[in-house]
Design a protein around this ligand. Structure first.
Ligand code: DGL
Length: 265
């Protein structure tokens, strides 16, 4: 019998699409469920306690409903706060998304790197630990931006966000001491690769942007190695946890990611 269990991607909004895209490219037959917890959006301005309570409970419900073979928390905020809680609550392989500080430190020539995430992510001890382990000889500048998350959501609705938003996000890093030497920025929120071109255009000097989506896709392929997939191209469904008034505006973008169907949780 064919194994039809999907891969379940989870984010607060559309950010996880930046992880879904390289995964589909590697595993074109994989069925997938993309969950946007729009009822809880945004995560980046919430407290640790709120995220730690919300995410494992919701993923438990989603696992019961969709019977995934693997869950991908395609959200840095949820992963840096709740990954351990989710792993201990569910009997499924769980892949998290955490800031790509290691590859950024390997790539930086100036030894000044930036971590651009949500406010909640950039203050996490998880980030302190990654910096201490992999970037000890680097200056690690951090900046949290909630408006950049909103800008990525707006772009997916077909809108053109104000370029000043991208300039402010970059200036949040480059205006810090040693910011003029910044050469590598970790996009530590899955929404941000969706606006990478806009961020690059706003940079006062050339900056390399790094994120972990390709690595996560390879990890998913590794963890599902040897498993069966349906023989037809993978179909996807978008699931929203609350009413999505912007759904019509988002449909074309969702369809580009293979999500032509949607439903409410
Ligand atoms: N996409 C999420 C992340 O990677 C969070 C965005 C938000 O809801 O604030 O951190």
């Amino acid at each position: 019998m064919t194994d039809t269990r999907p891969i379940l991607f989870f984010d607060s909004g559309v950010g996880g699409l930046s992880v879904l895209a390289p995964t589909r490219a590697l595993l074109p037959q994989a069925p997938f469920v993309y969950v946007a917890d729009n009822a809880g959006f945004p995560y980046g301005t919430k407290s640790e306690a709120e995220i730690a309570a919300r995410v494992p409970a919701l993923l438990g419900r989603l696992a019961e409903r969709y019977h995934p073979r693997i869950i991908v928390i395609a959200c840095n905020t949820a992963s840096t706060i709740a990954l351990a809680h989710v792993r201990s609550a569910l009997e499924l392989p769980i892949v998290g998304t955490v800031p790509a500080i290691k590859p950024a430190a390997l790539a930086s020539r100036t030894r000044v790197i930036g971590v651009l995430g949500t406010d909640a992510t950039v203050r996490q001890p998880y980030v302190d630990n990654l910096a201490a382990e992999f970037a000890r000889d680097c200056r690690v500048l951090r900046h949290g931006s909630a408006e950049l998350v909103e800008a990525a959501e707006a772009k997916l609705r077909g809108e053109t966000p104000d370029p000043a938003i991208f300039a402010r996000a970059i200036a949040g890093l480059t205006n810090q001491p040693d910011g003029d030497r910044l050469d590598t920025v970790v996009l530590a929120c899955t929404h941000f690769p969706l606006v990478e071109d806009e961020l690059a255009a706003a940079a006062p000097h050339p900056i390399a942007f790094i994120h972990g989506a390709q690595g996560i896709a390879r990890r998913i392929a590794f963890l599902t190695q040897g498993q069966q997939w349906p023989s037809t191209p993978g179909e996807g469904i978008a699931v929203f946890t609350g009413e999505n008034r912007a759904l019509d505006a988002m449909r074309p973008a969702l369809a580009n990611y293979g999500l032509s169907r949607s439903e409410a949780l």
